[in-house]
Each structure stands twice: as structure tokens, then as C-alpha cells.
Design a protein around this ligand. Structure first.
Ligand code: ATP
Ligand code: FE
Length: 328
């Protein structure tokens, strides 16, 4: 069964194709992402421009993904598209395109949750069966979920202020390291001294499993004003952020009796974070190459999992939603 997945939740037009084998195995056949560059000159994503670019690109990106998979559109058995959360205008483009495609082909349609997509991106690398803990660290989210059963998400912790990726981006901008901040910080950190700037552990002593990045951000700002080198700021911040994410997640894994942790979302591309989790006592699972930041394959993977779990397809009346908590 071939599932085509579409994500247009923000400024990336992503289309991917996965195959669900009769034995339940899932394999990524293609993953194509068109990253919009038009927003760079505005210093942030302009929603209306994002929608228009999705409209212009969606068909070509879909064609590219099918070509990469060696398929034609008639080979598609199921279509999945993100319905939220994200920018409504941007979401609508992929959602309507996906629904139209499903209807034209006469195949089932699944509306996918963007965060469920980020989590299922890790299914490209390992068989993903609950129970497990899922840490989503992206540009807009730092959420820790317990997943006791397929399709069931219990919120264990979340950021009280900035998302992890947002903090990487803001500190990179402050230090003049460019955008997107994650990769820039990671690169600069290798040349820096992590001891040069002191970063205190956020929410130290908390009983829960929340996150917070505003303290690290303030520490970076003060150190920057005092003349700290950008690479030292990067090294110190990255080490502090990674250690905080790891410690909190490990405590949650222990409290919930989980030995598998999925780490996903754009920040999961971070090498220091991956190494720290890989060396920890839990079994850490990450998305494969190109599946950390927004993409369509992760939505196809979420669709495949929904199909495999016997979830009914979504009605074509399903709309786009800006705000949609995954846990209920
Ligand atoms: P959301 O999924 O919450 O709506 P988003 O889709 O914008 O947000 P993603 O595309 O998952 O977010 O991730 C983008 C974020 O990942 C950016 O903040 C970026 O800086 C961060 N990021 C990307 N690569 C790295 C890296 N190597 N290290 C740290 N952060 C990274
Ligand atoms: Fe995302």
C-alpha cells in the first residue's frame, strides 16, 4: 500500500511517499521538500506569502516525490495531509490539494496532526510500537508525550516559554550566527569553549517535566553584551540545552516506566543532542536524514500508522486548524 503524505503547515512544501507492507513494515520511498526563501528578507515567515508559494509549488513537489519513488499518481493508494496545527492559509493549500487528489483517485484520505507526523518521522528508522515516550523539539513546540497505545497521547511536560528551536534561532540571531539558528549554533559550538559562559540549569529541582528556555536566553543576552565570543555562547548554550532536555526526559521515562524515547522535530537534527541520548540508558529513536524538520514523508508515515492501526479515514469536510493540541 502506497501512502502519499503532504505537509504545508508553515514555509516548507513537503511531499513524501511511503510503503506499508502486508507484514506491517513501513518504508520511505521518497521525500521532497521545497523550502521557501522568500521570507528571509522579512526576518520571519509571512503567512500570506507562504500560502501563495505553496500554491505555486505543490504540484511540482508532488511530481518530484512520485518520480523519486518511481511511481505515477495512479499508484497512490492513500493520501494523507496535515490539517493542523500551523498557519491556516498555508495548511489549507496542502489539505485541499490532498483531498482533491484522494477524491480524484477514489482513495481514502487521512487528515494528519503535524506533531504526530514529527513523532512518526522516527518510524523511518525503527519499528515504532507503543508504549514509548516522545519528545518533540521543533521550532514551535517542546512537548513531551507518553504514548501508552497507538494514537493515544498523554502530555507529560511542555515548555513554559520558548520552544527549543525558537531558543536556538533567537540566540543565533543575537550572536550574529545567521538563520536557521539550529545548524548555525551547532557549527559554531564546535569552535567554542562551553565553559566560557556560565549557563544555569533551568527549572532546577522541579518535580514535574516542564521545559523553559527564557533563562538560557537571558544568560546568552547578558554574556553577549559583556562581550562573549559567539562560538562560546553557542557552545555553552548548546551544552546547557542538551543536558536539560536529556535530564528532564530521562526522569520522565523513569517515572512512566518507558525504555524507548522518540526524539523528533527540527532540533532532533542536533548532533550533540543525538549523541547525548544515544549514550543514555534509554533506547533513543530519531528520524532519518531529512525527516527532522518539516516534510511530507513524516505525514505519510503517520498516515501509514493510522491505516495499520485500523483508524477510519477522515471525512473530506475536515478543515485546517491553527491550534490543535495532540493530547486529549
Ligand atoms: P512546529 O513543528 O513546532 O510547528 P516547525 O515546523 O517550524 O515548528 P521544525 O521544522 O520541526 O519546526 O524545526 C525547525 C527548528 O529546528 C528551527 O528552530 C531550527 O533552528 C531547529 N533546528 C534545525 N536543525 C537544528 C540543529 N542541527 N540543531 C538545533 N536545532 C536545529
Ligand atoms: Fe514542524
Amino acid at each position: 500500500t502506497r501512502i502519499l503524505g503532504i505537509d504545508t503547515s508553515c514555509d516548507d512544501t513537503g511531499v513524501g511517499v511511503v510503503e506499508l507492507a502486508p507484514d506491517g513494515g513501513i518504508r520511505v520511498l521518497a521525500n521532497r521538500v521545497w523550502s521557501q526563501t522568500i521570507h528571509a528578507s522579512y526576518g520571519g515567515v509571512m503567512p500570506e506569502l507562504a500560502s501563495r508559494e505553496h500554491v505555486e509549488r505543490i504540484d511540482a513537489v508532488t511530481g518530484d516525490a512520485l518520480a523519486e519513488a518511481g511511481l505515477t499518481v495512479e499508484d497512490v493508494d492513500v493520501v494523507a495531509a496535515t490539517s493542523g496545527p500551523g498557519l491556516v492559509g498555508a495548511l489549507l493549500v496542502g489539505l485541499m490539494y490532498g483531498k482533491g487528489l484522494a477524491q480524484a483517485l477514489g482513495v481514502p484520505f487521512y487528515a494528519a496532526h503535524h506533531l504526530e507526523g514529527h513523532i512518526f518521522a522516527a518510524a523511518s528508522e525503527a519499528e515504532l510500537r507503543p508504549p514509548y515516550l516522545a519528545l518533540v523539539v521543533s521550532g514551535g513546540h517542546t512537548h513531551l508525550f507518553d504514548v501508552p497505545r497507538e494514537g493515544e497521547y498523554v502530555l507529560v511536560g511542555a515548555t513554559r516559554d520558548d520552544a527549543a528551536g525558537e531558543a536556538f534561532d533567537k540566540i543565533a540571531r543575537l550572536a550574529g550566527l545567521g538563520y536557521p539558528g539550529g545548524p548555525a549554533i551547532s557549527e559554531a559550538a564546535q569552535r567554542g569553549d562551553p565553559e566560557a559562559v556560565p549557563f544555569k540549569e533551568p527549572l532546577k529541582g522541579q518535580k514535574g517535566f516542564d521545559f523553559s528556555f527564557s533563562g538560557l536566553k537571558t544568560a546568552a543576552l547578558l554574556a553577549h553584551r559583556a562581550g562573549a565570543r559567539p562560538e562560546d555562547l553557542a557552545a555553552g548554550f548548546e551544552r546547557a540545552a542538551v543536558s536539560f532536555l536529556l535530564k528532564t526526559t530521562l526522569r520522565a521515562a523513569q517515572a512512566h516506566g518507558r525504555d524507548t524515547v522518540v526524539v523528533s522535530g527540527g532540533v532532533a537534527a542536533n548532533r550533540a543532542l543525538r549523541e547525548a541520548f544515544a549514550a543514555s540508558p534509554v533506547r533513543a529513536v530519531f528520524p532519518g536524514q531529512g525527516l527532522n524538520t518539516d516534510n511530507g514523508a513524516m505525514i505519510a508515515l503517520a498516515g501509514a500508522a493510522a491505516l495499520r492501526a485500523g483508524r477510519p479515514p477522515s471525512p473530506l469536510s475536515e478543515g485546517a486548524v491553527a491550534y490543535a493540541p495532540l493530547a486529549n
